[in-house]
Design a protein around this ligand. Structure first.
Ligand code: ASP
Length: 347
């Protein structure tokens, strides 16, 4: 797949806003400066941000990761008193973007938004040019998003029960869209095929934004994708939906059964998202970003928009580097045996 870069400025700052956590950060900075060492870092952190901050999204514009990023970028920019520019760096299931951010200047001006794919890539990509644990500092968790099992509007099955039967009987002709190896849509599709005991023809895109466009146009049959991307089209009747992949039903799509209700308990995925910076980024800057993330996640517009899309912001405890690191470590361990057993590799 070709890799692409596209930029878009989203956040226009309201300068000079009070930051409740800024006093604490400043106190830490003063102490660090007195202790000698790292003076340059401390000065850089004190002045942060002085220019545009780039939030790198590893999938296409208009897709679910892009949606969540743009939603939090604006209140984060306001809180930081700077401008956040969103850049989409597509390709290889999100690993090209992660590789670029791992190698970027560790100055707080390049931040990666990534999802569950950060934890699965080490098991899927033997030549991964970065280590998710060694090469990044986590900033905090952002949100966890349910997935939906969807199809083009004229796909024959009407219910989840019929869907299971139809896909099993027609496995040689059904096409399954995804956003590349390691994307959430790929992982969910993998679990679906395992659960049904079928092998479908997979059609990779650079994000589920363009994949959804093709699904609406009837170019591809089915897809597993996040509610942040599919809710509008489901509600408008532009695509069919069969189930959600969470243990509980989703409030904004109350008629959809869970995969567990439909007899596929093994098809359970919640797509968690987090922000990362290169590992040498000064802790003081990470602290600034974490503080701004926490404020953004309490923004009523963010809460309301996520709720409309079937998701919720991470809690204050989750939106911390510590909780984020714990989730990343736990998920790397969780997915490794699943991926090994499925025998999937990006080779
Ligand atoms: N999150 C990806 C996107 O934004 C899709 C995926 O992971 O499946 O397009």
């Amino acid at each position: 797949m070709p890799q692409g870069h596209s930029y878009d400025a989203v956040a226009h700052p309201r300068l000079g806003r009070t930051r409740p956590w800024a006093g604490l950060a400043a106190a830490t900075l003063t102490l660090a400066a007195c202790g000698g060492g790292g003076g340059g870092d401390v000065e850089a952190a004190a002045a942060y941000p002085e220019g545009d901050i780039t939030f790198v999204v590893p999938f296409s514009a208009g897709g679910p990761t892009d949606t969540v990023t743009r939603l939090i970028a604006e209140p984060m920019a306001e809180e930081l008193g700077g401008t956040i520019v969103v850049q989409n760096v597509e390709g290889a299931g999100g690993t090209i973007a992660a590789g670029e951010v791992a190698a970027a200047n560790p100055d707080g001006y390049t931040v990666l938004m990534h999802h569950i794919g950060m934890s699965t890539a080490p098991s899927l990509y033997p030549e991964l040019p970065y280590d998710p644990l060694e090469d990044f500092k986590p900033v905090g968790l952002v949100t966890e998003v349910p997935m939906t099992l969807v199809a083009r509007s004229d796909f024959e099955p009407e219910t989840m029960e019929e869907f299971i039967e139809y896909v099993k009987e027609n496995a040689d002709t059904v096409t399954l869209a995804n956003a590349g190896i390691g994307a959430a849509s790929h992982l969910c599709g993998l679990l679906l095929q395992e659960a049904l005991g079928v092998e479908l023809t997979e059609v990779p895109y650079e994000g589920t934004g363009p994949a959804l466009t093709d699904l609406v146009a009837g170019e591809v049959d089915i897809m597993c994708d996040q509610t942040t991307n599919t809710t509008g089209q489901i509600q408008a009747g532009e695509i069919k939906a069969y189930a959600v992949t969470t243990p509980e039903r989703v409030e904004s799509l109350p008629d959809l059964p869970t995969t567990e209700e439909a007899g596929l308990p093994e098809l359970e995925v919640g797509v968690w998202h987090g922000l990362y910076v290169p590992t040498e980024t000064p802790d003081e800057i990470v602290q600034e970003l974490t503080g701004a993330l926490q404020v953004a996640l309490q923004d009523q517009n963010v809460i309301d928009q996520l709720a409309e899309l079937g998701a919720a912001p991470s809690s204050e405890e989750e939106a911390t580097p510590e909780a984020h690191l714990e989730r990343l470590e736990q998920q790397i361990e969780l997915w490794r045996p699943i991926i090994e057993q499925a025998g999937v590799s990006a080779d």
